[in-house]
Design a binder for this molecule. Structure first.
Ligand SMILES: Cc1cc2nc3c(=O)[nH]c(=O)nc-3n(C[C@H](O)[C@H](O)[C@H](O)COP(=O)(O)OP(=O)(O)OC[C@H]3O[C@@H](n4cnc5c(N)ncnc54)[C@H](O)[C@@H]3O)c2cc1C
Ligand code: SF4
Length: 308
């Protein structure tokens, strides 16, 4: 059974969510949700479409502080001169997501909350029936690790990497009230439940107040368009010379390394990255290659940062 709801206000969305008693999924641009439903990986009966709540679609830049409504499309972020001037890192990350057509519909909120991926899980029902299910579906082992009792599906959000490097905060709203927190804190190191949003919470806003002195961004993928990330690295240096380097696509959560540039060494940076990334063989690119590319990308960033 499938029921589609299209509330005009956030309060209406909460009322519908309450009646659905957990058996629902929020739908923003739907570019991720639709695939999950088609592959029978999302089995909720109710879809709550947020696209008629116009208050959630906005771009504001006041005193250099950026506030984005969660329903702002990636396309609108890319074409915004205001964002391009002040936060080119975010534009670069948004441009690297999917394809132009998908970016017209895909929202920034949906991209931050995009579901973790794994080559053994993000497949059709027939494929999964043939190979055997896993912990994240109806099976009882992890296929990719040959039987471990944990899920290592990868967080693949490109804009989350950029926004964490920009020290972004998010605003969440639920029927009980509003809360704000650093974006990096919503991610859980678990491939099955990868966000800590609470049941009916709606992500309403993303705010960035950091003014980076320098930034760097690079994404590894098979083709130059369409493909999800095999490794994304986004880095900033703030006015106090703090380096924030965020890696994504190689672990269950985005991995942030935050340290004063003066004390950071390349050797230590690579060591921390490789230790914190729980990378397994669940991507189109082989594990050994992706792990090697962590070194390559960090070395490239290091050379860029220390160029004369
Ligand atoms: C061919 C293809 C290629 C892709 N390539 C990439 C890629 O390179 N990089 C990448 O990061 N993604 C990629 N994606 C995934 C997806 O298109 C993007 O992540 C997109 O930005 C998701 O945004 P959306 O608005 O469509 O989200 P939706 O699909 O609507 O939602 C995504 C998730 O977020 C939740 N959600 C959305 N908004 C809110 C909110 N305001 N409050 C609470 N929960 C919310 C939904 O319930 C759902 O779980 C690709 C998808 C396809 C089909
Ligand atoms: S990492 Fe293992 S448990 Fe998680 S989705 Fe992949 S195969 Fe399933």
């Amino acid at each position: 059974m499938e029921y589609y709801h299209s509330p005009d206000t956030i309060q209406d969305a909460f009322s519908i969510a309450e009646k659905c008693d957990g058996n629902f999924i929020y739908f923003a641009g739907g570019t991720d949700v639709q695939i999950y439903r088609k592959q029978n990986l999302d089995k909720n009966d109710h879809i709550i479409d947020l696209s008629s709540i116009h208050d959630l679609n906005s771009i504001s830049l006041k005193d250099g502080n950026l506030t984005l409504g969660a329903m702002t499309s990636l396309g609108d972020i890319i074409t915004s001169n205001k964002i391009q001037n002040k936060y080119p890192l975010l534009v670069e990350a948004a441009k690297s997501v999917a394809t132009p057509v998908i970016r017209k519909t895909a929202t920034i909120g949906g991209n931050i909350l995009v579901r973790n991926r794994c080559t053994f899980y993000n497949q059709s029902q027939e494929w999964r029936n043939g190979v055997g299910s896993c912990l994240r579906d109806v099976g009882d082992i992890c296929q990719v690790t040959g039987g471990k009792n944990d899920c290592y599906s990868r967080n693949v959000s490109d804009t989350a990497a950029a926004l964490i490097a920009l020290n972004a905060e998010i605003t969440l709203l639920n029927s009980a009230g509003v809360s704000q927190q650093p974006l990096k804190d919503i991610f859980l190191p678990c491939g099955i439940k990868f966000h800590d949003l609470g049941n009916d919470n709606i992500l309403t806003q993303i705010s960035v107040s950091m003014k980076p002195k320098r930034w760097w961004y690079k994404k590894l993928r098979l083709r130059k368009t369409l493909d999800f990330t095999s490794l994304t690295v986004a880095a900033t240096i703030d006015i106090n010379n703090i380096a924030r380097i965020c890696l994504n696509g190689v672990s269950m959560t985005p991995i942030l390394i935050e340290e004063p540039l003066e004390t950071l060494t390349l050797e230590n940076l690579i060591k921390q990255a490789r230790k914190n990334c729980k990378t397994v063989d669940n991507d189109l690119m082989p594990l050994k290659y992706r792990r090697e590319m962590i070194n390559v990308f960090l070395e490239e960033w290091w050379e860029y940062e220390h160029r004369k």
